[in-house]
Design a protein around this ligand. Structure first.
Ligand code: FES
Length: 170
């Protein structure tokens, strides 16, 4: 009788031990997986931040100039450094304009005076897309909307740019 009790208690001991070790091992696998899945959701988004693009306001002229700056972009678990581009100038009213170079047709890069045939315009080489200096798409060319404009802010005499915003269809 005593021996039977002892056998049962051994079995129980084994059950408890295996359950405990199994649970510990499962937690060791599941906790990192859970953290991996949830972590990006908890990270603050860098979207909407204004970045010093390294251009002094006093250096902005009426001629659009191409500027580049780097930002860290996060896509889910991927962090990568990407180069952003803008065309910056002062319009006739002295306002600072920062155009996105992304063509509104199919997303190629536009260039200020990119074609000798169309001076004083932005030109997209992919399908001969054209835009006036104020970013408005030239009628009867492929783009159906004006170039996006970056949100902007000036601090300590330097230009800060945020996200590009659509201006609506022309
Ligand atoms: S992508 Fe610019 S005109 Fe087509």
């Amino acid at each position: 009788m005593n021996e039977k009790k002892q056998q049962v208690s051994r079995r129980q001991f084994l059950n408890y031990t295996l359950t405990g070790v199994g649970g510990f091992m499962a937690a060791g696998v599941l906790v990192p997986m859970l953290r991996f899945a949830v972590d990006p959701v908890l990270q603050p988004s860098s979207k909407g931040d204004f970045v010093n693009v390294g251009l002094a306001v006093e250096d902005i002229t009426s001629e659009p100039q191409r500027i580049e700056w780097q930002v860290v972009q996060e896509d889910a678990w991927n962090k990568s450094e990407v180069t952003k581009v803008a065309w910056v100038f002062r319009n006739d009213d002295g306002e600072i304009i920062a155009h996105s170079p992304i063509c509104k047709h199919l997303g190629c890069f536009v260039t200020w005076e990119g074609s000798e045939d169309y001076p004083n315009e932005y030109f997209c080489p992919c399908h001969d897309g054209r835009y006036y200096k104020d970013g408005t798409n030239v009628p009867n060319t492929p783009p159906m909307a004006p170039l996006d404009e970056y949100e902007q802010r000036i601090e300590n005499g330097m230009l800060y740019l945020g996200d590009p915003k659509p201006r609506g269809e022309a």
